[in-house]
Design a protein around this ligand. Sequence first.
Ligand SMILES: [Zn+2]
Ligand SMILES: [Zn+2]
Length: 445
Amino acid sequence: MGQGLSCRSSEEQGFFSAVQFGDFETVKEILENNSSLIHLSTVYDRSSALHIAAANGQIEVLSLLLDRSVKPDLLNLHKQTPLMLAAMHGKISCVTKLIEAGANILMFDSVNGRTCLHYAAYYGHSDCLQLILSAARTSQVAASWGYSRFVNIRDGKGATPLHLAARQRRPECVHMLLDNGALVCASTSRYGFPGSTPLHLAARSGSLDCIRELLAWGADRLQRDASGRIPYMVALKNHHGACAALLNPSSAEPLVWPSPLKFISELNHEAKALLEHALMEANREREKTILKKTGYSLPSPSGSDSDIDNLSEASDTELCCICFDQVCTIEVQECGHRMCAQCTLALCCHNKPNPTTACPSVPLCPFCRSNIVRLVAARVKTGNDKDRDVNFTKPRKSWRSRNSSEGSSSFKGLSAIGSFGKMGRGSGRIAAENEWLDKPLTLDT
Ligand SMILES: [Zn+2]
Ligand SMILES: [Zn+2]
C-alpha cells in the first residue's frame, strides 16, 4: 500500500511540474490516463493545477484546465484564487482568461484579506490592474457593490489598493487608481502606521513619482496620521530629502488636477492626456524650483521633453492667444476656440470647485464666454501630414478670426483670466508665465 502511495505521489509530482513548466502535451497525456488528477491539490499549500498554471503564466495549460470545466475560483490554503496569483505575478493573459471564464474579482484571501485588485496594485502590474478595473465596470460587482466602492476596497488592515501602490512605489498604478476614483486622502486603520494616507505611505517609501501623482490629485500635505505626523515628517524620518522638500507644507503648492469637474471627467482620451501632461510639466517646473533651494536635483524624465519639442516644431501657425507662448492643443466645443493645454488647465483649476460647495461652476470660454461643454484635442498641423492642409484652407475658428467678426466684445472675456494667476500659487510654469496675463488685456486699450 505504501508503495502504491509513493507511486501515486510521483505521478502527481510529474503532473504538477508539467503544469508549472507549461508542458502542454504531458499535462494532456497525464489527464487522459488519470482524469481525477485535475481535482488534486498540492500538499504544501493546497494549490490546484489551476493555481500553479496561473501563477506561472502557463496560458495553454490554464485554458486546457478551464476547458475541462475546472472552476475558476478554486481556493488554496490561504483562500487565494488563481486570479489573485495571476495578478500577483503579472500574468496578464491568465488574468484575461480567468476573467473571461467568470472568475470572481471580489474574493478576499485569508492572509491579509486582500483581493486581486490589491495584489495587482501591490506588485505594480498596471496592465492587470486595468483589466480588473474594466471587469469591475461591466460585471455584477458594479451593480451590487458600486464601482467606486470596489476601487476603494479595503484589505484586512484597512489598506486600499491605492495605499499599497503608494507604499510599494508603483506610480503607474497610483495614477490609474486615482483616475478611476480612488480616494486620495483615505486613511488606513492598521496598515503601515495607523491613520496613514497614501501620501504618508509614499513619503515612507520615498517615491517622488507617487508623491507627484498624489499631490496633483489633491492629496493634503497637512493631513495627520494617528500619531499626529504629517507626510513631511515621515519623509524626513526615512531620510527621503527630495520627497520631504516637496511635502514641506511651507513649499509652494502644486497645481491640482480638477477631477471633480464633470466635463473634465468626461474628457476624451486625447484631450485628457494633453491636459495631464501640461499639469505634470507645470508641477515639474515647480519642483525644480523647490529642489534647487534645498540642493536636490531631479532626474530628467525620459522621453517627455522630446514630445514637447516636436509639438512646438510641428506648428507655429497657431500660437495660443492667451499666453502667446505655447501652441494651441485644446479646442473648446461648441464654439471652436483654441488654447494651449497650460492655459486650459489654468482655466479649469481656476474654477476648481470647493468640495464643500454642492454645485461646481462650469468654466467659461475666455474668448466668447459660452459654457465649456466639452474639450477636445485640437488638430495640429504637422510637416508630414499633407492631408490636413485641406482643412487649413477652411476658415478656422481661432481667436483671431472670431475677433474680427465679434469686435471688442471678445476681449471682455479675457478679463476673466485676470484671476488665473492665483492658481499658480507663486510656482510652476503657469505662474511663471503670469506676464501673459497682461498681453491680451493691453490689446484692449
Ligand atoms: Zn496659452
Ligand atoms: Zn469660445
